[in-house]
Write a protein that binds this ligand. Sequence first.
Ligand SMILES: *Cc1c(COP(=O)(O)O)cnc(C)c1O
Length: 463
Amino acid sequence: MRDPSQEPADPRRSVPRTDDVLAAPALVEAAERLGGRLVKAAVREAQQRCRDGEIPPSAVLDATLDALPAAATALHPVVNATGVLVHTNLGRAPLSSAAVDALGVAAGATDVELDLATGRRGRRGRSALDALAGAVPEAGGVHVVNNGAAALALVACALTGAGHGGRDEVVVARGELVEIGDGFRIPELLESVGARLREVGTTNRVRLDDYRAAVGERTAFVLKVHPSNFRVSGFTSSVDLRELAGTEGPHGPVPVVADIGSGLLAPHPRLPDEPSASAALRAGADLVTASGDKLLGGPQCGLLLGRAELVERLRRHPFARALRVDKLTLAALEATLVGPPAPVVRALATRPEELRRRAGHLRDRLVPMLGGAVEVGVVDTEAAVGGGGAPGVVLPSVALTLPVRYAVPLRDNRSAPVVGRVERGLLLLDLLAVLPEDEDALVVGVVAADEALRAAGTPADEG
Ligand SMILES: *Cc1c(COP(=O)(O)O)cnc(C)c1O
């Protein structure tokens, strides 16, 4: 029999005790910031790695610190190198730092609905609404709800039904019955709040006469939906807002509502076909609905702009309360409107030559870090606005290229997840949606992916 005291120490015996690790000042501080549960979970994970012989007992504290999240959320900040500017799966528009600061201010008790001068109840979110009204002078009234779909649902609710002599029909072109995403469809949304659809035209063509023939006793409003995520080309025709404006029904002009989708407030020179709120109102729309987190580059919200009397009716409708935005949204929207250009707006303004220069610098940083053995290239690419707008518009962009096997470890790394796209047998890290301030994170992510590949035994320089 061997003498157990002669055996090498059992690693399970030498794993530091949970309470001892938790007593380290850095972890006491972390527990105050993140809550004890997250810190304990990180300690347990590090202890397990020690038990498995992956790390020595002396490294348990450092491994715990490494495993702690930056904030008490399981969400990760991700570098969007997809070349899709407004990426729904990545939370659409990233907020500007001005908007992030505003979130911090609004997070506590704040005068969102109190007039500090009089001490009385104030108009909720007045400064955000004033900023929106100031940005679109063509609008007589403005209102903000939870998202674009909520804006449209509120319009349908408030303009159809009992208060409107039973007028419940929404006249809409067949080519504009849009599925937004994740299986949600605008026609079904309208029907879900009691509106009836009166479809006009065919998939590819609709004329003013089609609208005129459909408008009647039951018409509540005419709706024009921007096909923001697809394009019909070839033998097509549609009717301009300008022609629809002032369409007469049996009881006078019928309201025309334009769902412009992307939330551009004014026309954008790089996106000449993308509708804007001000152009739609100038063309005669009575109401415009849009999203706040697409091309406006703000927080998720729904914008409603248009005739003062109609907007007031929406604001006072009982359903409006169910769609009310919170103080955080109002603060971030205001900062997006009055602050420096939002990231989406900055990215849209970035020229390919600038992206090429940035790509060259990034390659020069990365090549020595990867031991010079990995092929890092720079190629011209075609980026896109995304599901949020401007379908079919190609935004000339530039990408760094890496071997495809970097794709998974780059996306699935704790240090800095980077999501690119695979094309032409290469992993493209498209720089259009990568802000200059995200470049360090991109470098950290690539180095972490490289380490993961080496640790897994994949020769990093293998094609
Ligand atoms: C995106 C979009 C919507 C839905 O807006 P959400 O903010 O996602 O609710 C509705 N209509 C159009 C035309 C859109 O592009």
